[in-house]
Design a protein around this ligand. Structure first.
Ligand code: MEV
Length: 439
């Protein structure tokens, strides 16, 4: 049966409704929700008010990866993620590159783009184009009350251009607007500017005798595709330093690693998994710092397809005995606004890294992505991924089996030398439960 007015119920009434309608009044289900409430009411209220219909909190681990040497500065990076091996992999990679000079990062550009999407059924593009050029100053002056503060910080509207899109859709045009949003991600700022620009566009054109046809605004929205908001991070070392710790030679490791990257560059099936590994690292930092991981994901994958074929976001080469590995990725991030000043753990994350500005955060997040990819390829091209992966996942399996602390200790020790597969862990657990001492 459809429920009406649900959002207006109190939190407890919502929980009652849910438990009665979906859990047959089950007390345990209610307890699960209540157990995750924070005991500090004020703190809980902050979380309640982030979204609508909040019932409780949803915990995800918050971990840290130390030893990230980026442009000579040593960072300890906060990571929020549920996947067992991600933080360990980032930390391992940070450690590997620390002694080789660390990561070299540069922000190449910070422009964001938004559009007023509109239709105009006139025939003469030049007429529209000239008119829009003639009211260009008005666009800036009419948005001044929105942009004044951003301008003081060095940002604002950079450019406004008319785009003829009638080849794609009849009568369809865009005002394409470029923005600099400084340390804020800028979504609200951009969308507010665009809506104001749309008002100006409509009122100027529809009241002008110079333009016979009317415009109709379809929508105003920023684009999450940010190919002009790019960060690049490199690691470099002489091939002989690519000592990996297994029995593979440094030369062989560097060559196989480079080939693995080349496979991702040319094979979309591999590129998707390769980039997913990169995003394991980046998303963890994005979440910890209160940024929008959906926006970052959407942009990264669009960028990976910019040449018409989905490809790798990282690249590797060996030249004159030097190994180089780099990432280039769009990252539209903010260090002010959104929930950055509100969520206590987000604030903590920013403090942990010395309150970076947006450009510094772009460099940190991209570095963690590169590091993550390095670790994944390192394992894939040497021991295989399952060794590290299953070791980290072992505790999840044991927790699912409700192993005691003693049992866990014994089983973890038992699997130190072998890759634990699920069935073997279950078998080991059953033997320990049955009283066997594993050797
Ligand atoms: C797993 O979450 C990520 C990897 O599959 C990435 C990769 O294959 O490069 C290990």
């Amino acid at each position: 049966m459809k429920v009406s007015g649900f959002s207006k119920l109190s939190k407890l009434a919502k929980i009652e409704w849910l438990i009665d309608n979906h859990f047959g009044g089950n007390e345990k289900a209610r307890e699960t929700l209540l157990n995750y409430w924070h005991s500090d009411e004020k703190l809980q209220q902050i979380h309640d008010e982030f979204i609508e219909n909040t019932l409780t909190n949803f915990y995800v681990p918050f971990g840290i990866a130390p030893n990230f040497l980026i442009n000579g500065k040593n960072y300890t990076v906060p990571m929020v993620i549920e996947e067992s091996s991600v933080v360990a992999a980032a930390a391992k990679s940070a450690n590997f590159w620390f002694d080789k000079g660390g990561f070299k990062a540069t922000v190449k550009s910070t422009i964001k783009i938004g559009h007023v999407h509109f239709t105009w059924d006139g025939d003469h593009f030049d007429l529209l184009d000239n008119f829009i050029t003639s009211i260009n100053q008005k666009f800036y002056s009419e948005t001044n009350s929105i942009t004044a503060n951003m301008q003081k910080r060095g940002g604002g509207i950079l450019e406004i251009n008319l785009k003829d899109k009638t080849q794609d859709i009849p009568n369809y045009y865009q005002l394409e607007v470029k923005f600099e949003t400084c340390d804020s991600m800028g979504a609200n700022f951009i969308n507010s500017c665009l809506e104001k620009l749309a008002d100006v566009l409509k009122s100027e054109i529809n009241s002008s005798e110079l333009i016979p046809n009317q415009v109709e605004v379809v929508m105003c929205i920023l684009s999450n595709y940010t190919p002009e908001c790019i960060v690049r991070v490199d690691v470099t070392c002489p091939i002989e330093q690519m000592v990996e710790g297994t029995d593979i030679s440094a030369q062989k490791f560097a060559e196989r690693f480079t080939l693995a990257v080349n496979i991702a560059e040319t094979q979309p099936y591999r590129a998707v998994t390769h980039n997913k590994g990169i995003m394991n690292g980046i998303d963890s930092v994005i979440l910890a710092t209160g940024n929008d991981f959906r926006a970052v994901e959407a942009s990264a994958h669009a960028y990976a397809s910019r040449d018409g074929r989905y490809s790798s976001l990282t690249h590797a080469k060996i030249e004159n005995g030097i190994f180089n590995f780099h990432i280039e990725i769009p990252l539209a991030l903010g260090t002010v606004g959104g929930i950055t000043g509100l969520h206590p753990m987000v604030k903590f994350s920013h403090q942990l890294m010395g309150n970076p500005n947006a450009e510094e955060l772009m460099m940190i997040a991209a570095t963690v992505g590169l590091a993550q990819n390095f670790s994944a390829l390192r394992s894939l091209t040497t021991t295989g991924i399952q060794q590290g992966h299953m070791k980290m996942h072992l505790l999840n399996i044991l927790n699912q089996l409700e192993a005691t602390e003693e049992e866990k200790k014994m089983i973890v020790k038992y699997f130190i030398k072998n890759t634990p597969h699920h069935a073997e862990v279950v078998d080991a657990f059953q033997r320990v439960r049955g009283g066997e001492v594993l050797k």
